[in-house]
Write a protein that binds this ligand. Structure first.
Ligand SMILES: [Zn+2]
Length: 150
């Protein structure tokens, strides 16, 4: 199939993990890398939507404090994780460090950025506590992020 993750057998992965999902060389030589940040075991657990939404806001804002090469962080519709798209060539270890630093910021945040009707499409649909609990659980398994399958 065309979509990389549609060719991934989701029964074989063990969350949490950080996985290189795609790498594209653009016509002028620039490279874009897409990472699968999987918080929840597929088809077994998921994040509640306000948690997904607040993590999206928090990670999108705070990741850019650590790198100017962040292109996008977006939630998966299955609510089990996020895609992180980065400009340039990255070593996996540097990506893990970026994710760790970003989630450590989430833990110390005192509010969800842009959680209001001016800056967001559903400003009431947020939970800082939920986002921090998910970040804390993901960070607790930091040593396992590189292992995608059992
Ligand atoms: Zn929003």
């Amino acid at each position: 199939m065309n979509v990389e993750s549609f060719n991934l057998d989701h029964r074989t992965v063990v969350a949490p993990f950080v996985r290189l999902a795609d790498r594209k060389a653009l016509p002028h030589g620039d490279v874009i890398q897409k990472y699968d940040l999987r918080f929840c075991q597929p088809n077994r657990e998921h994040l509640e939507m306000p948690t997904v939404h607040s993590l999206e806001h928090l990670m999108a804002e705070h990741a850019r404090n650590h790198s100017t090469q962040v292109i996008d962080i977006s939630p998966m519709g299955c609510q089990t994780g996020f895609y992180l798209i980065l400009q340039g060539e990255w070593d996996d270890d540097d990506v893990l460090d970026l994710v760790q630093a970003t989630l450590e910021d989430v833990l110390t945040a005192t509010e969800v950025p842009a959680a209001n009707e001016v800056q967001c499409g559903w400003g009431a649909n947020h939970t800082l506590e939920g986002a921090q609990a998910a970040a804390r659980a993901f960070l607790a398994k930091r040593a396992e992020w590189s292992q995608v399958t059992a």
